[in-house]
Design a protein around this ligand. Structure first.
Ligand SMILES: [Zn+2]
Length: 156
């Protein structure tokens, strides 16, 4: 299904790609957004800049963040390596750094008591209903307890 060819690391391309990456994979994100609306899932905002890593979807009441990870940029092992045919010496370490950064962000968010879901482009494409179900199940229990655990007067 995938028609994406690996981009060349020219400076213009890199800038464009950096912009795309900072927003995740746009079409995948739009797809998930439609699915959530259609499934009646509420209580989320998109691209919350106040949360570390600017997650694609943030559910404040559940303490849940959802990242929609484009397969190429986030080094999906199932999809990416097949695609990189040129400039491997450039792309392989770059994508590895992206993966490492994703892990750091996830770990930090979890330490803050957040539930973190990372949904891959390919999984979302092939198992959309499953992804929505995971979002619906995720994140409910923790928030109330961690909020209660905050000493009063310590907010902000
Ligand atoms: Zn993939």
């Amino acid at each position: 299904m995938s028609r994406i060819t690996p981009p060349l690391p020219s400076s213009t391309r890199s800038r464009n790609m950096a912009a795309i990456r900072s927003r995740g994979n746009r079409s995948t994100e739009v797809r998930l957004r439609m699915l959530l609306v259609r499934s009646g899932v509420r209580g989320w905002t998109m691209h919350s800049g106040e949360v570390l890593g600017s997650p694609d979807f943030y559910f404040p009441a559940k303490g849940l963040v959802v990242f929609v990870d484009g397969c190429f940029w986030h080094g999906c092992t199932r999809c990416t390596h097949r695609r990189i045919r040129t400039n491997r010496h450039y792309w392989v370490p770059k994508l590895r750094r992206n993966v490492a950064r994703d892990r750091r962000v996830t770990a930090r968010l979890r330490r803050c008591g957040m539930s973190v879901l990372r949904l891959r482009e390919c999984v979302l494409r092939n198992h959309a209903a499953h992804c929505v179900a995971r979002i619906q199940r995720a994140g409910i229990r923790r928030v109330t307890s961690s909020r209660k655990a905050l000493p009063s007067g310590e907010d902000g």
